[in-house]
Each structure stands twice: as structure tokens, then as C-alpha cells.
Design a protein around this ligand. Structure first.
Ligand SMILES: C[S@@+](CC[C@H](N)C(=O)[O-])C[C@H]1O[C@@H](n2cnc3c(N)ncnc32)[C@H](O)[C@@H]1O
Length: 337
């Protein structure tokens, strides 16, 4: 099991500036317990919180996890122990430490099995339409929360705990993994609006699956790139113009489609866009952000450069068609003029 816990005299909230007015406060939110609420207008791209974990653990059988957490807790100073024990527990019973972990742990990386809990970040409630993003920086071992859209004073700060999909799928997964019934703005919509959102989210999942299909990228890259364009429009519609990390991933997929067929010019633009989104949602110092920045400057450094064909071969500086934005987008996504 991993252990990267807050040490005795470590302040787990980094770079707090006591002379500046606080960005948020913790308070009780109807139906959700405690949550964080903005105390001032927070511009898009603001780093709201960065914290080191209090405790880090892999999932294990309840008995072994409880024993592990108990021994890790003993290593913490009294204040950190109190912070851990004060966190919400949706699974009270014989394994209280494991219950706190299951209620609060955020994965250390998008596909990681390792989870961590934080004193302040773990007070942030879930929304299916979040205004902030949580990111684990595997270089600095710090979790960050960035505003992915402008947040108004008085608005609750929210992140997403789930993997998307239509509301029935999200509800089942949130109930199973975190033990609660979601009461966010999307899930509380009137049925007709929720149905429209569900249709968009199902289509988003379907397009995402198609774009990830390597055989399609190999044989029909033009179709895959068109799917990227459709997905981008849908993401913007469903996430109120602020799709956050989902857009960074989409632009990276488009980068890969172009680079596997030798198109350095478009690949470079897509990598640049992916970097811009990451910069806004997670800062420029994550390994993922640094990698896309490097690829924007040097797209052929990607290991799959011309892996499928050279039929789209361009130089990075190929003059793109189109004097205006719309023409540029059509050039970028290889859509007919
Ligand atoms: C990580 S904690 C968040 C902070 C928590 N509200 C507290 O009081 O400490 C996760 C728990 O908050 C509550 N919660 C978070 N998002 C919610 C939502 N959208 N709807 C209802 N409850 C929510 C659930 O009880 C969930 O298990």
C-alpha cells in the first residue's frame, strides 16, 4: 500500500495567503451536508485550492483496509487525525476509517486505483455540471482544484465524482461508489429537460467510443475527425460552453488521429488546444500538460507519427485555408468547404 501522508508540521493547504480575502467558506448545503461556497466572484482558470493528501490507500478487503488506515492514522499529528475523523462517513458500521475513505477518497490520477483524502478538498460536493475540476499532479503529489468556468459569489464550488453517461447510469454509480442520491442541478431538472440532457450524454458516450476505435482511426480517419467535431459541439451544449477536461481529451484524440496519418499541421493545432484547456483546468505543471505542450511544438515526436499512413502528410507550418474562424475550423476538422 502507498503512503504519502501529511507530516507533522506540514500545512496541507499550500501557498495560502493570509492577507488575501478567502475565496470560499465551508457551510451546510441543503440535502448535501457540508459544502464549499464562493465568497467572491472567481474567474475561470483560478487555482482555488491545492492540498497534499492526509491519507493515501488502495482499495482492499474491508478488514485489511481498516487495519491499514488505523496504522496510518497513528502516524499523523493530532490535528490531521482530527481532520480525517471529522470527514463525512456515508458507510457507518464496523469499519469507520474505511467508511470515511470510501465516502471521500479521490483517485490519484484518472485511471488510478489509489485514492487519497484531503482536509478541505473532501468538503467539495459533486455536480453532474461542475464548475471546478480536481486533478492529481503525479509530479508534485498535490491535488488541485481549478475553476473551469466563472463562479459567482455565493455559488457552491462543485466537482464531478462520476464517469458521465445518462442520469440513470450516473445515479447508480454514485449510489454504489459513494452511497448518495445525487441532488445536483442536472439531476433535479424537470423530467423533459433531464431527458434532453440524457440523450446528449448517451450520444457523447457513443461518439467517445467511436473516436477511441483504432480500426476506424486507421481506415476512416476523416470520419473519426468529423466525430471529434460533433462531440465538441455536443460537449459545449451539454456543459454550458465549459466542458473542461473533456475538451482537453477530445483535442488530444484529434491530435492522435492526425499524427497517425502524418498531418503535423493539424496535430500541432490540436495539441496546442489540448494544452490551453489543461492550463486552464489543471495548471501548466502536470506531466500531461507538459507532454501536450511539447507535442504542439514537435508533433512528430509522438510514437505513433505516421503509424497508419502518410496520406495526410503535412509540415507543421502548412498554410491552413480560411481567412475567418469558421473556415479555419473547417480546415482543421477536414470538413468540405
Ligand atoms: C466527499 S463528501 C463531500 C462533503 C460532504 N457533503 C460533507 O458534509 O463533508 C461526499 C458526500 O457529500 C454528499 N454529496 C456530495 N455531492 C452530493 C450531491 N450532488 N447530492 C447529494 N449529496 C451529495 C454525499 O453524502 C456524499 O457521500
Amino acid at each position: 500500500m502507498d503512503s504519502d501522508t501529511a507530516s507533522k508540521d506540514q500545512n496541507s493547504v499550500l501557498e495560502q495567503k493570509p492577507d488575501e480575502p478567502p475565496l470560499f467558506e465551508a457551510k451546510t448545503i441543503p440535502l448535501k451536508g457540508i459544502g464549499l461556497v464562493a465568497l467572491q466572484d472567481i474567474p475561470q482558470g483560478t487555482l482555488i485550492i491545492q492540498e497534499k493528501p492526509l491519507l493515501v490507500a488502495r482499495p482492499g478487503a474491508p478488514g485489511t483496509l481498516e487495519a491499514f488506515l488505523s496504522s496510518e492514522l497513528k502516524k499523523l499529528d493530532k490535528s490531521s487525525q482530527r481532520q480525517f475523523l471529522s470527514l463525512h462517513n456515508n458507510f457507518p458500521g464496523k469499519h469507520p476509517f474505511a467508511g470515511i475513505m470510501k465516502t471521500n477518497a479521490l483517485p490519484c490520477g484518472s485511471r488510478s486505483e489509489i485514492g487519497a483524502v484531503y482536509p478541505t478538498i473532501c468538503r467539495i460536493n459533486h455536480s453532474c455540471l461542475p464548475n471546478s475540476q480536481n486533478t492529481w499532479n503525479s509530479d508534485t503529489k498535490i491535488e488541485t482544484i481549478f475553476a473551469i468556468r466563472p463562479i459567482n459569489c455565493g455559488e457552491e464550488i462543485t466537482i464531478t465524482y462520476d464517469q458521465g453517461g445518462p442520469s440513470a447510469v450516473r445515479r447508480a454509480s454514485l449510489k454504489q461508489s459513494f452511497g448518495f442520491q445525487c441532488s445536483c442541478v442536472v439531476c433535479s431538472q424537470p423530467p423533459a429537460l433531464l431527458r434532453e440532457s440524457d440523450i446528449r450524454r448517451s450520444r457523447i458516450q457513443q461518439l467517445d467510443g467511436q473516436i477511441g476505435d483504432p480500426i476506424r482511426t486507421w481506415k476512416s480517419p476523416g470520419e473519426s475527425l468529423k466525430d471529434c467535431h460533433s462531440l465538441l459541439q455536443l460537449l459545449k451544449a451539454e456543459y454550458g460552453g465549459y466542458p473542461g477536461a473533456l475538451a482537453a481529451r477530445l483535442y488530444y484524440d484529434a491530435f492522435q488521429i492526425c499524427i497517425t496519418h502524418g498531418d503535423k499541421a493539424r496535430a500541432s493545432v490540436f495539441a496546442e488546444r489540448s494544452y490551453d484547456v489543461r492550463l486552464m483546468c489543471e495548471g501548466g505543471d502536470t506531466p500531461e500538460a507538459k507532454k501536450v505542450k511539447m507535442l504542439a511544438a514537435n508533433p512528430s515526436a509522438h510514437r505513433s507519427f505516421m503509424a497508419y499512413s502518410s496520406k495526410w502528410k503535412t509540415t507543421k507550418k502548412e498554410k491552413h485555408g480560411g481567412a475567418d474562424n469558421e473556415a479555419f475550423e473547417r480546415w482543421l476538422f477536414r470538413m468540405s468547404l
